[in-house]
Design a protein around this ligand. Structure first.
Ligand code: SF4
Ligand code: SF4
Length: 551
């Protein structure tokens, strides 16, 4: 309904009419907002730049070890010994609402044939991956959004990331490993036994070294010129947003690691390398995982240089796919972004290397993307633990390219997200696992506030990865509701531009969230209502019937 309103009736109906009218005459970010709306935004809600990282990082802060990232931890056999425990075992004591996430680990254990206890981290993740890669069908198999055709599209969107990038979305070690079936050039036959090869994110800087040895390192006239060319190249090569951050050791994982894999014979006679016991999963006999290969986070040793700057890039994810969240069709959104980011970042790294500069392309591996993107001015860190960009809200995925080329870094920008998140809480209300904190203020998390993948001593809202992933395992893949319902998840239409800017104006912030709901924008927030009302089903039907992406 909101999308069909004309400008006049929107302003009339709007509690924000006065503000919107004022906003509609001026210019914040012309490239972001409709010019009609943009003109006055820098008066009403100016963007603030800061020199330092904008959130508190306590002096006790220590880098997050790679083996403590949830997805990597899941392949550590130690994590298969203790059933999952949430940070807040019963969120109803905090929220006053029924705890919808509490029984998920038990339901996941039962799906694996385990009785009388909750699933462990490994058991939970193995279920997510087995459904993610099509090894086992989802629980809701057959419902709109969970049908074979929906699952197949999601799987297809992830295909480059899964087959060629080495699945760095789970945060594996530098470069990722993929298993390829070689072709015999004499007979044209495809081998049944795969070989392990470097994934798309390759760490080979020999091209840069060769250019330097040839005396052909490209000299930019200045760091400003280099920055302009690199940003132009990044956009041409497929990034939707680009910013530069100074290299900051705090955001590099304290160690790098990847799960160990073992070979399994598939029914088609081929061999597949899998980080868990495939036979056991197929027979519903629980999870067995094979451990981790750990490496020092040593740039000189593995990359041949120490980075000076990080080029942070972001990719918009499909608005239509996210409207179907938490269906599996939603996963076609992140799948496309992950598949694109490997392709784009290796191209940008090749550009730099061909100019004689070292470069390392990276997806989720190597270092934490969100603080890097914040430092590069791409957005703010929201309540849902995600980067909130001005243009796409949280509907964007981040990758990065580390380099030793001299560049001019961007500054972190604040456009009101954190202030708005204090009141909005839409993601927390919408989360089917109640994984997102309802506390009003972000705070410096202490060790006891933190679950896996959370680093203590930094300022943010708690997001419980155990709860989130437990829902994923139950749901049959990932989820994405916290992105879909976010008040910042907008498309580029003037009424949404007004609403986006209204989130920055203290007097109407409270109305801004309600506004989305009154106009039915982004669907029901209540997790049960979202599915039971038929909203998800209708959006799945819309997805398959509309040829043109909504912009
Ligand atoms: S993806 Fe977001 S909404 Fe879904 S369970 Fe996880 S935190 Fe909650
Ligand atoms: S839904 Fe609201 S509270 Fe959550 S991240 Fe988005 S703006 Fe912030």
């Amino acid at each position: 309904m909101g999308n069909n309103l004309n400008r006049r009736s929107f302003l009339k109906a709007s509690l924000m009419g006065t503000v919107a009218a004022a906003v509609a005459t001026a210019a914040v970010a012309k490239e972001t907002f409709n010019p009609l709306v943009a003109e006055a935004a820098d008066i009403v809600a100016p963007i603030k730049e800061t020199s330092e990282f904008p959130y508190t990082v306590d002096e006790k802060y220590q880098r997050l070890p790679g083996d403590k990232i949830y997805y990597i931890k899941a392949f550590d056999p130690e994590e298969n010994k203790t059933p999952i425990k949430f940070v807040h075992e019963d969120v109803s004591t905090i929220t006053g609402k029924k705890d919808t996430g509490k029984d998920l680990p038990r339901l996941n254990a039962e799906a694996l044939g385990i009785k009388g206890r909750r699933a462990t981290v490994s058991e939970t993740e193995v279920r997510v991956i087995a459904q993610h890669d099509g090894t086992s069908p989802p629980l809701r198999d057959g419902e709109e959004g969970w049908r074979q055709i929906d699952v197949a599209l999601a799987f297809a969107a992830w295909a480059v990331e899964l087959s060629y990038s080495g699945f760095t979305a789970i945060g594996s070690g530098p470069s990722g490993i993929s298993y390829q079936y070689p072709i015999n050039p004499e007979t044209n036959e495809v081998a049944k036994e795969p070989v392990a090869v470097q994934g798309i994110y390759n760490w080979d800087n020999s091209l840069a070294e060769a250019r330097r040895n040839e005396g052909r390192q490209w000299k930019f006239s200045s760091a400003e010129e280099a920055t302009k060319y690199i940003k132009r190249a990044a956009i041409h090569l497929g990034a939707d947003l680009v910013g530069i951050a100074p290299y900051d050791d705090r955001w590099t994982y304290a160690n790098w690691c990847r799960p160990k894999h073992k070979p399994f014979k598939l029914p088609n006679g081929r061999t597949a390398y899998v980080p868990y016991n495939l036979d056991k999963v197929l027979k519903n006999e629980g999870a067995e995982v094979f451990g981790l290969n750990k490496f020092d986070a040593d740039w000189e040793k593995y990359a041949g240089f120490k980075p000076k700057y990080v080029i942070a890039v972001a990719f918009e994810m499909s608005y239509e796919a996210f409207r179907t969240a938490p269906s599996i069709l939603q996963s076609a959104g992140p799948g496309m972004a992950y598949s694109k980011m490997g392709e784009m970042t290796i191209k940008l790294a090749t550009f730099l290397r061909d100019l004689g500069y070292n470069a390392i392309p990276s997806g989720n591996d190597t270092g934490m993307s969100i603080p890097i993107a914040v430092q590069a001015g791409l957005g703010e860190a929201g309540r849902n633990g995600l980067l909130i960009t001005q243009k796409f809200g949280p509907r964007a995925r981040i990758a990065k390219v580390y380099t030793d080329l001299e560049l001019i870094p961007d500054k972190p920008k604040s456009f009101g997200v954190r202030e708005f998140c204090r009141l909005c809480k839409k993601c927390a209300d919408g989360c089917p696992a109640q994984a997102i904190s309802h506390e009003k203020e972000a705070k410096v998390l202490q060790p006891e506030d933190c679950g896996p993948s959370e680093v203590p001593y930094t300022s943010k809202w708690h997001v419980d990865a155990h709860r989130c992933n437990s829902f994923w395992a139950y749901n049959g893949n990932d989820c994405g509701v916290c992105i879909a319902v976010c008040s910042w998840n907008k498309i580029g239409q003037w009424n949404h531009d007004v609403a986006r800017i209204a989130t920055q104006v203290p007097l109407v912030q409270d109305a801004a969230r309600k506004f989305d709901e009154w106009f039915g924008y982004n669907g029901p927030v209540d997790p049960e209502e979202r599915i039971e009302s038929g909203y998800v089903k209708n959006k799945v039907i819309d997805f398959w019937n509309n040829m043109e992406p909504i912009k």
